[in-house]
Design a binder for this molecule. Structure first.
Ligand code: SAM
Length: 470
């Protein structure tokens, strides 16, 4: 039976099945959906040109407030995008984030009652997500916390639990003794879900009590005088982080429970988090929408997620993050960053040429760097080569006609702004993805590794909304 276009649109908008539709019919429906979504998102920007900045309204509640991971997405962006996308496509069920980080998109997807699939190369990010996805055994957690605290307080030993290169450079002996008490107490806990929860609080205490400055994500030792003068209380910091995290966890459990999303403390839908390099990831599949924020450049000159995570991971039982986790991840302070996008700067001439052939924005950018040290072009090109290599697996994981939302920042290298948004758009268009709209958000500040002539802070971010071809 052939149906007219208006009825077809109504059927699809009412979440009917797409089976037996011709491609022409599906394209017509999709165009209607595109127009609707675009006009909804643009209307928000027209009503308030700073809408996407969420100024004064970017509080991190529920699971979002549990740990300060670098360059976390503003939860309200994820929330608005999901609301708008689900209004046009009520049949959205599976959300994915191939650069999941601390799980902002995951937490928002759970709040919307959706299934979620996330990937990250950083074990600390995976630990955070695995804690935030539950189970939410709040009363048991409170009981276990009391037991844990009494174990810590009753521990009179002064032996050190961990050993790694430069341990004494990064931690004073007193801090090592206190951290060891916490670590011993956590390891005595029988339940994996509870140990993971405790490791997150320990990660925060490590960050705050190590000899590395907290003003930068990079590992950078404090002055000797500062180390001597500093009064730190690792156990107190750990307990405060734990207390605050329980509060956020409880808040999240309450919200999920009120919307009928919890069954005996477990989120009802599937949430799968994989430790993997997205370039080889096979974990994601059949996604309806991808919402993500990839790194904006190589970690060394943007945000060194790996260096940031290195010291906490030394104190965490890696088997609790993932059984059999490759300990080579912690061979050096640079290993995770080396494995991340743009980490290897070995670049073939053909790779550079291929990028230039496929992206005019990249080609133009490279020309502006011609009078600068070659290293700068290589650094940027190696990042784009890796990002490009991640697009195929990412697109394969998305169902035909699925949506993609990319939050991106155009940083400067050698004084020239790297057009990440334009290059990515061109590379995705080559894979038959189409642009729906491009939104801009102003950001007040974004902490970078360091400001120099390689990388500078950004004042804007772009949100690309695209759709994979049917
Ligand atoms: C901007 S952060 C994502 C932040 C996240 N949206 C949040 O709210 O926390 C980018 C993430 O990409 C991850 N990453 C970098 N290279 C990767 C790769 N090759 N495979 C998977 N994840 C990678 C980093 O570890 C980092 O967690």
């Amino acid at each position: 039976m052939k149906i007219d276009k208006t009825s077809l649109l109504n059927i699809c908008l009412n979440n009917e099945i797409w089976q037996n539709r011709t491609v022409v019919e599906m394209v017509a429906v999709q165009k209607h959906h595109d127009d609707l979504l675009r006009s909804q998102l643009e209307a928000l920007t027209e009503a308030d040109k700073d809408y996407w900045s969420f100024k004064g309204n970017s509080r991190r509640e529920c699971g979002h407030g549990m740990f300060q991971y670098p360059a976390m997405m503003v939860p309200q962006i994820a929330k608005t995008i999901l609301e708008q996308a689900c209004a046009v496509h009520p049949d959205i069920e599976n959300v994915g984030d191939p650069f999941v980080g601390s799980g902002t998109i995951m937490t928002e997807s759970m709040m919307h009652g959706l299934s979620f699939y996330g990937v990250d190369i950083n074990p600390l990010a995976i630990l955070l997500c695995r804690v935030k996805k539950g189970p939410f055994y709040i009363n048991a957690l409170k009981d276990k916390t009391m037991l844990l605290n009494s174990r810590i307080d009753g521990d009179g030993q002064d032996s050190i639990e961990v050993n790694f290169h430069n341990k004494d450079k990064w931690f004073t002996r007193d801090v090592q003794v206190s951290m060891s008490k916490i670590r011993r107490a956590i390891r005595k806990e029988g339940a994996l879900w509870a140990r993971r929860f405790f490791w997150v609080a320990l990660a925060e205490a490590v960050r705050l009590t190590s000899n590395s400055r907290t003003s930068t994500f990079k590992l950078h030792t404090r002055t000797q005088q500062d180390i001597v003068d500093r009064v730190c209380d690792p156990i107190g910091m750990f307990k405060r982080a734990l207390f605050r995290n329980i509060h956020h966890y409880e808040e999240q459990a309450r919200t999920l429970s009120c919307s009928g999303q919890l069954a005996r403390g477990h989120y009802k839908r599937e949430v799968k988090i994989s430790l993997a390099d997205v370039r080889n990831a096979q974990e994601l599949s059949n996604l309806d929408i991808i919402i993500t924020s990839p790194p904006y450049g190589d970690n060394a000159t943007t945000v060194p997620y790996g260096q940031y995570s290195y010291l906490p991971l030394q104190w965490i039982d890696l088997d609790d993050v993932e059984r059999g986790l490759d300990t080579k991840y912690l061979d050096s302070t640079h290993e995770i960053d080396f494995r991340s996008l743009g980490g290897s700067r070995r670049l073939e001439k053909e790779e550079l040429e291929s990028l230039q052939d496929r992206s005019s924005a990249f080609k133009n950018y490279v020309q502006t760097l011609n009078d600068q040290p070659r290293d700068r072009i290589i650094r940027v090109a190696a990042f784009f080569r890796d990002l490009d290599n991640s697009l195929d697996p990412i697109l394969k994981s998305l169902r035909p006609g699925g949506l993609m939302v990319w939050t991106l920042g155009n940083r400067k290298v050698g004084g020239k702004r790297v057009p990440l948004d334009c290059v990515l758009t061109e590379l995705l268009q080559l894979q038959q993805a189409a642009m729906l709209c491009k939104l801009t958000r102003r950001i007040s500040s974004k902490r970078m590794a360091f400001k120099n002539n390689i990388a500078e802070t950004m004042s804007n971010e772009t949100i690309l909304v695209m759709r994979k071809a049917i």
